[in-house]
Design a protein around this ligand. Sequence first.
Ligand code: FAD
Ligand code: SIN
Length: 534
Amino acid sequence: MQQDFQYDVLIIGSGAAGLSLGLQLAATRKVAILSKEELNAGASAKAQGGIAAVLDQQDRLDNHIKDTLIAGANLGNPEAIQFTVEQAKASVDWLIEQQVPFTQDEHDATGYHLTQEGGHSHRRIIHAADRTGLAVSNTLLERAQEAKNLDLLCHQVAIDLITTTKLGLEGDRCLGAYVLDQNTGHVNAYTAQAVILATGGASKVYLYTSNPDGSSGDGIAMAWRAGCRVANMEFNQFHPTCLYHPQAKSFLISEAIRGEGGKLVLANGEPFMQRFDERLELAPRDIVARAIDHEMKRLGDDCVYLDISHRGRTFVQSHFPTIYQRCMDLGIDISKDPIPVVPAAHYTCGGIMTNQNGMTDIEGLYAVGETAFTGLHGANRLASNSLLECFVYGHAAARHIESHWQDTQLTVVIPPWDDSQVKDSDEDVIISHNWDELRRFMWDYVGIVRTDKRLTRALHRVEMLLSEINEFYSNYRISGDLIELRNLALVASIIIHSAQQRKESRGLHYTLDYPNTLPVARNTILTPSNFDWQ
Ligand code: FAD
Ligand code: SIN
């Protein structure tokens, strides 16, 4: 039996973006925050390195702005960058107020230990050892549990947005979302005056990723199907250093290890970054990941190595306790031995187009966090600018929602979810097979180094998969896996089309057919009405 739930504000996603937005509004509005899994199963709780902000007197806002622009290969939007960098300190102060236990340092004038990461010209990363995300997530979840007007609901998978356009009504307004309750198997309708997509990224589209399983681009796919423009989806960030070990599924080795002196070496111990960039290990991620990929392909090696052993056990254990322990559990003592590492898909730089208040193309619909495209990252995200973006835009969207609040009641009757024409699936193998196939060809053909031929191959395959998945979706009862696969295939298609439109190499998009960077930097903006697939 379908149930209808009415809230003032519906937030889809309980990561850093969704929680920081929800906490700002819960004092005045009735808020629901949905998560398709456990509340801290998204990327936010996995974040290691920290949050970038100009906190040190020696540092300048201009430096952070310049570093962000350079890392983004001059494609970032200067206004979005300036806005984010200027708001960074306020966001960090808010997190401190919420009682996030950042690592302290009595010798630093800020009172906190600031670490260094690739592409940053100063130490400006505030962190909680190497588990910043968990510290932030746990603290914000505690605050959310204390909030009176805020319902935290897990195992609720948003399927699609409900809009006036879809219902054949006037205007183009978001009214809510259909949501699969994984506990009961029922699809319910949630309505709200403001709906926020805070669903995270889409790196699960690649075979190897640092991301959790839920990073399937659901928000981008839902927004696309509702008619929102999506930008710069060809810029998929590959983190240079994920642990290479048969038993380690998607475990990141933080860039902060390189920030604290870690050296990248080949199997014979030879350093190689000097051949690629004068900033060596602290070059932006696209450059380091490509250098590693190049060396692995040149030598036919399965991985390269990251060596921090010269800093000694006490330093390594106190700065990187999580990484130290995880590696130790797998028999690698990182205070003595180099760590085997490979690049893996890490971050989706593009997303749903939003303005400085998180507003999308549809009235009442906002997008914040990794699912959104604000213009901050350009062609490559600067390390530790992502959590920052979640807080800055989460707060900006909350301010906008509150200051434009209208005391009106929803009068539209939402039609029930129609599953009268579907039956139970008899062949779930289609889901697992297509899931694997999609992620493998995306890795092989739309990965770190691209060509026209590879992209064409990928496009043929994704078109076949999309039609097979859409047919399956129309005929069989919905499940969490089917929802994710349908979204992943759509997002893969958007990535391939975006990559095909960019006839240059810039930042994370590197193609052998167009190795040069064009003099004028342009965003790739795709509009759903120009394509005949959904
Ligand atoms: P997430 O935290 O991914 O949350 C997404 C939420 O949406 C989840 O609650 C999920 O359940 C929910 N959801 C998704 N789809 C649906 C649906 N259909 N229905 C209902 N709910 C849904 N960035 C930094 O700045 N600094 C770092 O140190 C850093 N380290 C990182 C380390 C790792 C291993 C990873 C993977 C990322 C790291 N990043 C870092 C990136 C950063 O963590 C993410 O970009 C950021 O946390 C994204 O936050 P978010 O709130 O947008 O999404
Ligand atoms: C890391 O700790 O290397 C991740 C930082 C980031 O993704 O910004």
